[in-house]
Design a protein around this ligand. Structure first.
Ligand code: PFF
Ligand code: NA
Length: 437
């Protein structure tokens, strides 16, 4: 069996976990989903779920990973729960589905980098999206994106995963702040903010409950939860880290970047009179492209922005591939490079329909976020809260002396609210996907 690497620096784990979390989920998926779901009520549901459901599930993944020091599948037998191995299998399956279309959107980002330089989308935002998003362009750039991800993953944890996040996060934040500031000067800004940030209080509770399923899918997707990324990353982690503090940091950074992305996108949508409810998966790209098309020095700023988004997408994409590769290397005792290339090729093939048609992209997205990640999260919560509670408590308390009350609260949050909410969300997800298919 291959020797297990550990993070080269103490901060390597945080960087990689933040790198996995921050990605297209924040900057592409969050704004379009919020726009399409009616704005502020969605934001409220999302923030609630991130804190009350996402954070506790992230801690379950951390505990399992650090204690077992194994990949997603072998983690369970290692901590005395062999029957729960199938959680890892669902996680790997989710990884195949998600990366297969995530790489398509990654390919869009590359096309927008090129389009920034050539001026291809300036004054032309809708048509550019149309030709980039589905068909042969989408497929070719999907392949390019997958090839880059596979190249990075084949270099391994130390060289590949730790580096990119260091530059990427501060740059993404800086550019989003710049865009948000520019957006604030536009005539559509106040309308955009009202839609995004001021919920209708008289209907808020009902609206937020109706939006729970979509918001839960987004919470899991954006935090990279429910498929074992955080199990895999924590498996390379030392005993002395306070994992509660780490998870809070990851959640706060990820959430802040999503909110900031909304602040950058909404004013532009309203300035152009785009109806936020109708754009679907293209909303964010169309909104951003028209922003850059009108911004002074927009070609340069646009290029830098999409280059950073590309890096953000890469660090997320290779976290997904790493879960599957890590498991494959350990299970079949094969070398990292051939394993990575073979798996990436299969993922690319699985994703071909999503590059050819946005309807498939939407379908895969629903299967992943409404069923697979939520199902994985539900099983993790049942496992961590009910079957493995004392082991989980003990593991979380390492590096967190005196945290008894907090760990007790954590276990009870997992046992009842997390399990109930995720069971409900899974049920609605199955109905929804059955309706699409
Ligand atoms: N969290 C990533 C994003 O917000 O873009 C996407 C993602 C990565 C989802 C890893 C799931 C995952 F396992
Ligand atoms: Na994210």
């Amino acid at each position: 069996m291959a020797i297990r690497e550990t993070w080269a620096t103490r901060i390597g784990f945080i960087l990689a976990a933040v790198g996995s979390a921050v990605g297209l989920g924040n900057i592409w998926r969050f704004p379009f989903l919020t726009a399409e779901s009616g704005g502020a009520a969605f934001l409220v549901a999302y923030l609630f779920l991130v804190a009350v459901i996402g954070l506790p599930v992230m801690l379950v993944e951390f505990v399992i990973g650090r204690e077992s020091k194994q990949n997603v599948v072998d983690a369970f037998p290692e901590i005395g729960a062999p029957t729960w191995k199938f959680i890892g299998a669902i996680g790997a399956l989710a990884g195949f589905v998600i990366l297969s279309y995530y790489s398509v959107v990654g390919g869009w980002v590359i096309q927008y980098m090129v389009g920034s330089l050539t001026g291809g989308y300036a004054g032309n935002a809708e048509a550019f999206f149309g030709s980039a998003a589905e068909g042969t362009n989408a497929l070719a750039y999907d392949l390019l994106f997958m090839a880059i991800v596979a190249a990075i993953v084949s270099f391994g944890v130390r060289d590949g995963l730790e580096r990119a996040a260091k530059v990427m996060i501060p740059s993404v934040v800086g550019l989003l702040v710049l865009l948000a500031a520019y957006g604030a000067t536009l005539s559509g800004a106040s309308e955009g903010y009202a839609y995004y940030l001021s919920p209708d209080l008289s209907t808020l509770v009902g609206d937020a409950i109706a939006l729970l399923p979509d918001a839960a899918g987004q919470a899991f997707f954006t935090l990279s939860l429910g498929m074992g990324v955080m199990i895999t990353y924590a498996s390379y982690l030392g005993e002395d880290r306070n994992m509660l503090r780490d998870s809070l940091l990851i959640v706060v950074v990820d959430t802040s970047i999503a909110i900031l992305a909304g602040l950058a996108v909404f004013p532009f949508l309203f300035a152009q009179g785009v109806d936020p409810g109708t754009g679907g998966v293209g909303t964010t790209f169309v909104g951003l492209a028209s922003a850059f098309g009108s911004l002074p020095a927009g070609q340069v700023v646009g290029f830098v922005f999409f280059a950073m988004l590309f890096l953000a997408a890469l660090t997320s994409a290779f976290s997904i591939l790493e879960v599957i590769v890590s498991f494959t290397i350990d299970t079949f005792d094969v070398d990292r490079k051939p394993a990575t290339v073979a798996i990436a090729a299969v993922i690319f093939l699985v994703g071909v329909p999503t590059a050819m048609s946005l309807d498939y992209l939407t379908l895969y997205d629903a299967i992943a976020n409404r069923i697979l990640l939520i199902g994985g999260g539900l099983l993790l919560a049942i496992f961590g809260g009910w079957f493995y509670a004392s082991g989980a408590r003990e593991e979380l308390q390492k590096g967190m002396p005196g945290g008894e009350t907090l760990t007790t609260a954590w276990i009870w949050i997992l046992r009842i609210p997390v399990v109930l909410v995720l069971a409900y969300v899974l049920y609605t997800g199955i109905i929804e996907v059955a309706g699409i298919v």
